[in-house]
Design a protein around this ligand. Structure first.
Ligand SMILES: [Zn+2]
Ligand SMILES: [Zn+2]
Ligand SMILES: [Zn+2]
Length: 142
C-alpha cells in the first residue's frame, strides 16, 4: 500500500483514531474511487453513518480526499494528489466513469484548460469521461 494513514493524519494535524485510519485504509485499497454507500457497507460494523460522514467531510476539507459525483449523483471519494492543501484542491485530472462496472477512476492526465468568459471565476472544473474502463475492456470476449 502506497499510503500511510497514520502519516497522513499526523501531517494534517488530525487526531489519530482507529476509525479515521480505517476510512483511509479502505479508500486506498482500490485504484478506483469508492462510493459512499459502498463505504457504509464495508465499514458499517465499525463506524456509524454519522461518524463516517463527518470523517469524509474533514478529509475533504483538509485536502486529503476529493469527492466525485457519478452519473447517478452518488458521491465517490478518491485520495487527493499530494499538491492538494487545506483550502485548495488541485485535482485537475480527468475522471473516468465506467458505464459497465460504474467505477470511477482518477486518470493521471490533465483536464483540458477551459477559458472562462469575462466575469466568471471558476473554482473547480470537473472533467469526467464516460465509457468502458481498462478492466471491463480486457474482460470482454475477443
Ligand atoms: Zn484534492
Ligand atoms: Zn469498468
Ligand atoms: Zn480524482
Amino acid at each position: 500500500m502506497r499510503l500511510d494513514p497514520s502519516a497522513i493524519l499526523k501531517e494534517h494535524e488530525l487526531k489519530h483514531t482507529k476509525q479515521r485510519v480505517r476510512v483511509l485504509e479502505e479508500i486506498a485499497l482500490d485504484t478506483a474511487a469508492i462510493s459512499q454507500p459502498e463505504l457504509e457497507k464495508k465499514l458499517g460494523k465499525e463506524i456509524d453513518r454519522v461518524t463516517l460522514y463527518r470523517i469524509l467531510n474533514i478529509y475533504e476539507d483538509k485536502g486529503i480526499l476529493h469527492r466525485i459525483m457519478d452519473m447517478n449523483g452518488t458521491a465517490n471519494y478518491a485520495i487527493c494528489s499530494p499538491s492538494c492543501t487545506e483550502d485548495h484542491h488541485h485535482d485537475e485530472h480527468v475522471h473516468f466513469n465506467c458505464t459497465s462496472c460504474a467505477k470511477i477512476y482518477c486518470l493521471e492526465v490533465n483536464a483540458p484548460k477551459v477559458k472562462m468568459p469575462a466575469g466568471y471565476t471558476a473554482k473547480t472544473i470537473n472533467t469526467t469521461a464516460y465509457g468502458i474502463c481498462e478492466k471491463c475492456n480486457s474482460s470482454k470476449v475477443q
